[in-house]
Design a protein around this ligand. Structure first.
Ligand code: PGA
Length: 691
């Protein structure tokens, strides 16, 4: 595994760990907004500020907290807004770690409530969990961009809005109805009596006795195992619990009749018939909008012989008030406030139990109506346990939330992938074009040879100058003229558009070489190029590879760029020796150059049999040998230099055959003899690059 893969794996593992924790933690809180509100209340109580904060504020905080956690988790899962989300998660966990350290040390609440009632951790376990999450949060915060996106940036808003709507709806619905998933020991189907039982063999609480004894005025503490002899006088003893025993899920459930104080817990739980329990931790704050319905249910119970009690933690005064405003005729009993809040998250809420088992639970907003009470419970649907509602709810969540997001992700990823493939193809093409354009210059160079007197030459150069100033050519243009023209043409030629070059230079630096023109002299005219190695010079003036090597070196020394010609004769072509010939010409004159100097060379392949004869190499023939030449350069100087070298074709190149020749990948332009002597002909060839 490479280092990069390992890094990405670790970061994404941290991301999923955080995402799942936040989603779970947010969701279990959201399905029980009142439970979360009570937990916030516990914290405020521990800080002694509960009485200053109104309930509505703690309820809003509960919904905001659960929504925030859930959204952060989902955003992290999808890698949405990676920078900001990872920062918020880091800050969130930092705050939580500090709080949980306080809880672990000071023990103000017994359960932090991180996962609502779904998963209970001890305070130290919670702190350790937060330390692990903190490490993960630091990792993703440092490398947010390593989190692989599950959804493109342009579609993130869909997930963001959908998630916010979903979790706020879940909170609101759970608040209106009851927690959609009930993790408490009083869930539907639970038998309260069973929940209170201590199974045989369960861990017993352990106690330790200490005895304080005195002898000769000295007091000392003893345990049972070192209890002293009778010379010591017993003074006092202490009993301390040293370990907790098994605590049953329901351990504080009891019902006392208001007034008599009689404990009727066992009567109610042992009753084989139906019992309705109207649960209201505080009658003072209970919702009284459904009073009539509650009274109707109570009457229905009287008519059908079912029991109906109101369990509350409120005192007699509040009960009297409730009785007077509602006309309640049912009995009131007292139960612990926290127990009542745990039983049902609604004030008031209604519970139907049979033989101690909870059969139905209703919030005051969703109480059963008259129709449902038309028959005795024994024959009615509400008298039986509802069908497995948990699976149904999970399915609904999958159908309404998970599935749409999965479909969206799938569509988005397919779209992103096809776009990526297209872009890659496009950028590859652009890259190739740019590379070709940038690295390898396209050139059309004219070689006037021994034509044109000074005036005609100047006139032609002027015409070309005007033509290409008016209409910029699509390639580099060079004119290589006899020596006598150079200085005059250099005066007016716009060399940004048309480069100027000589057709030859001497193989000596300077001195007594009558009739010769040195590279330095060429340069001094204002020219930038020189043609060397032309076949006419090789054959008519016996320029050997060694002489040409000298010339090339001198040209380069004088900052002239060289158009170096190579090419085979007719006989050599017929003997299929063209590759060997061009290779030898390169080896003989330019392949000793440094790569840096070689970069200043333009190669012109000119089959001698095609020069001025009207015969042209076919584009395939030309391409074949151009490719071979490029290979030779690659072998000598490497692929990059080969790719960057301009290789021109020369030999009866005209406007009519130039497009086909120039279309070949290894032909980068032409060295033009006859057709460069008329502006229109020359332009026709140059225009081939526009096609
Ligand atoms: P040509 O000459 O175009 O007249 O064939 C080419 C050359 O010699 O450079």
């Amino acid at each position: 595994m490479t280092k990069k893969v390992l890094k990405y794996s670790v970061i994404n593992l941290c991301r999923f760990m955080l995402a799942i924790t936040f989603i779970l933690s947010g969701f279990v809180k959201a399905v029980d907004p009142l439970g979360t509100q009570y937990k916030i209340g516990d914290y405020l109580e521990a800080l002694h500020i509960a009485s200053y904060i109104p309930d509505i504020l703690t309820l809003i905080s509960s919904i905001l907290l659960s929504s925030l956690e859930f959204c952060l988790g989902v955003f992290m899962l999808f890698a949405i807004r990676r920078h900001i989300v990872s920062k918020i998660i880091f800050v969130f966990i930092s705050i939580m770690t500090v709080i949980t350290l306080w809880i672990a040390i000071a023990n103000p609440v017994s359960d932090c409530g991180c996962f609502g009632d779904a998963i209970k951790l001890t305070n130290w376990e919670t702190f350790i969990k937060n330390i692990i999450l903190m490490a993960a949060a630091v990792t993703v915060w440092k490398y947010p961009l390593c989190m692989v996106r599950f959804i493109s940036k342009s579609n993130q808003w869909i997930v963001i809005n959908y998630t916010i709507i979903f979790i706020v709806f879940i909170s609101g619905y759970s608040l209106y109805d009851l927690p959609q998933f009930d993790f408490r020991p009083y869930h539907i189907g639970a038998n309260i009596k069973k929940g209170m039982e201590i199974p045989p063999g369960a861990k017993q609480p352990k106690f330790e006795n200490t005895f304080i004894m005195e002898k000769n005025g000295v007091r000392k503490e003893f345990k049972l195992d070192n209890y002293p002899d009778s010379t010591w006088k017993f003074i006092d003893s202490k009993t301390v619990q040293i370990s907790e025993g098994y605590i049953p899920p329901i351990h504080d459930f009891s019902i006392q009749k208001v007034g008599s104080g009689e404990d009727i817990t066992n009567n109610i739980l042992g009753d084989k018939g139906y019992t309705f329990l109207l649960i209201s931790p505080h009658l003072e704050t209970a919702d009284d909008s459904q009073l009539d319905q509650i009274n109707q249910i109570s009457e229905y119970c009287t008519d059908n012989g079912y029991k109906f009690y109101c369990l509350t933690a409120s005192t007699g005064k509040a009960i009297n008030r409730w009785q007077s405003i509602t006309g309640a005729e049912y009995s009131f009993c007292n139960t612990d406030e926290t127990t009542l809040k745990t039983i049902i998250r609604s004030n008031p809420g209604l519970l139907l139990i049979k033989a101690g088992t909870i059969i139905r639970k209703w919030s005051h907003n969703t109480l059963p109506d008259e129709k449902q009470f038309s028959k005795p419970l024994e024959h009615s649907e509400i008298g039986t346990m509802p069908k497995d509602s948990v699976t149904g709810k999970i399915l609904k969540i999958i159908l309404w939330y998970v599935l749409p997001l999965m479909v969206l992700t799938l569509a988005d990823r397919t779209w992103a992938w096809s776009r990526w493939v297209k872009n890659k193809e496009k950028s590859n093409k652009i890259y190739q074009l740019l590379k070709r354009k940038k690295m390898r210059k396209k050139i059309v160079a004219g070689n006037w040879k021994m034509n044109m007197n000074l005036q005609d030459g100047i006139a032609l150069a002027k015409e070309l100058n005007d033509t290409f100033t008016a209409e910029k050519p699509n390639c580099g243009v060079i004119i290589c003229t006899p020596f006598i023209h150079l200085a005059s043409i250099a005066q007016f030629l716009n060399q940004d558009i048309i480069g100027l070059g000589a057709e030859n230079c001497a193989d000596k630096v300077k001195g007594a070489y009558t009739g010769e023109v040195s590279a330095e002299m060429v340069k001094s005219t204002g020219a930038q190029y020189v043609v060397l190695g032309h076949s006419e010079r090789r054959s008519y003036y016996n320029e050997t590879p060694a002489i040409l090597k000298e010339k090339v070196q001198l040209a380069l020394d004088n900052n002239l760029k060289v158009i170096f010609c190579i090419g085979e004769s007719k006989e050599e072509r017929e003997a299929n020796r063209q590759n060997e010939v061009v290779k030898a010409e390169l080896d003989g004159s330019v392949f000793d150059l440094s790569a840096e100097d070689f970069a200043k060379i333009v190669i012109a392949y000119e089959p001698i049999w095609a020069i001025g004869t009207g015969l042209t190499a076919t584009s395939d023939q030309a391409e074949e040998i151009h490719a071979y030449i490029r290979n030779c350069i690659a072998d000598k100087y490497g692929k990059q230099v080969a790719e960057d070298t301009t290789i021109l074709y020369g030999g009866s190149c005209k406007a009519s055959n130039a497009p086909e020749l120039f279309a070949k990948p290894d032909i980068d332009g032409g060295l033009i003899g006859g057709a460069s002597l008329k502006a229109a002909d020359f332009k026709g060839i140059i225009d081939a690059w526009k096609k």
